[in-house]
Design a protein around this ligand. Structure first.
Ligand code: PEP
Length: 251
């Protein structure tokens, strides 16, 4: 049985005190969530250290939103996987479309980032997904297959066990537009098939594939009911504990 996961991506939102309050509210409400649903919050780097204390001993796991593609050294402004490990992070998101679009994140860099994250004991939430132009041109399958092959195919089946895939159609992120449950299921099944081609059916069946893109309490149930959707990566709705927990209760 693969893991059901609901992960919140806070992006560049909340000050540290506001983030601590939000994390406390999530921890407090987490008792309502079925125990087979893994809850993760991904916070800005500045928040990780104090929030690690807040989530300690709870069911809520801590994630970063990115990490460096270098081990250490003269890379001003970067935060390494070793640093994330040292503050108690268990996960990092990698390859979010906002990083690909605004910060020149390439698949080559993502291979390095993933390698370093795994080497430092972090599990990776690897984001893939097409933009609107690619969707309208019917290229979404090709785009996702290429992103999966360019990054995931560099790793072993053992390493794959520490990687969660998040399918996030760029046109649905922060836009209020959600992929229909059928659209999402179709591409999740395709991503699982692409994973199976390299790692085998069994490993693919064990890989959690999350949906991301304007997921909210009102649409999560239908999305999570799909056979190949194992949870969600949540942006805007993760900034309200009630909505985030509401989504996690939608399985
Ligand atoms: C995201 O950025 O990962 C995301 C899914 O955002 P939103 O839920 O706001 O669309």
């Amino acid at each position: 049985m693969r893991k059901k996961i609901v992960a919140g991506n806070w992006k560049m939102n909340t000050t540290v005190p506001e983030g601590i309050e939000l994390a406390k509210a999530v921890v407090e409400a987490s008792s309502q969530v079925p125990s087979d649903v893994k809850l993760i919050i991904a916070t800005p780097f500045t928040h990780l250290y104090p929030i690690a204390e807040v989530v300690k001993g709870s069911v809520v796991a801590l994630s970063a939103e990115n990490c460096a593609d270098k081990e250490k050294g003269a890379y001003t402004g970067e935060v390494s996987a070793a640093m994330l490990e040292s503050v108690g992070c268990q996960y990092t998101i990698l390859g979010h479309s906002e990083r690909r679009q605004y910060y020149g994140e390439t698949d080559e860099k993502l291979v390095e980032k993933t390698r370093l994250a795994l080497a430092h004991g972090l599990d990776v939430i690897l984001c893939v997904g097409e933009n609107l132009e690619e969707r309208e041109a019917g290229k979404h399958f090709d785009v996702c297959a290429e992103q999966i092959k360019n990054v995931l195919y560099h790793f072993s089946a053992e390493e794959l066990a520490h990687i969660v895939v998040a399918y996030e159609p760029v046109w649905a992120i922060g836009t209020g537009k959600t992929a229909t449950a059928e659209q999402a299921q179709e591409i999740h099944a395709f991503i699982r098939q692409t994973i199976a081609e390299k790692f085998g059916k069994q490993a693919a069946e064990q890989t959690s594939i999350l949906y991301g893109g304007s997921c909210k309490p009102s649409n999560a149930k239908e999305l999570f009911a799909q056979k190949d959707i194992d949870g969600g990566l949540i942006g805007g709705a993760a900034l309200k504990a009630e909505d985030f927990i509401g989504i996690a209760m939608s399985f």
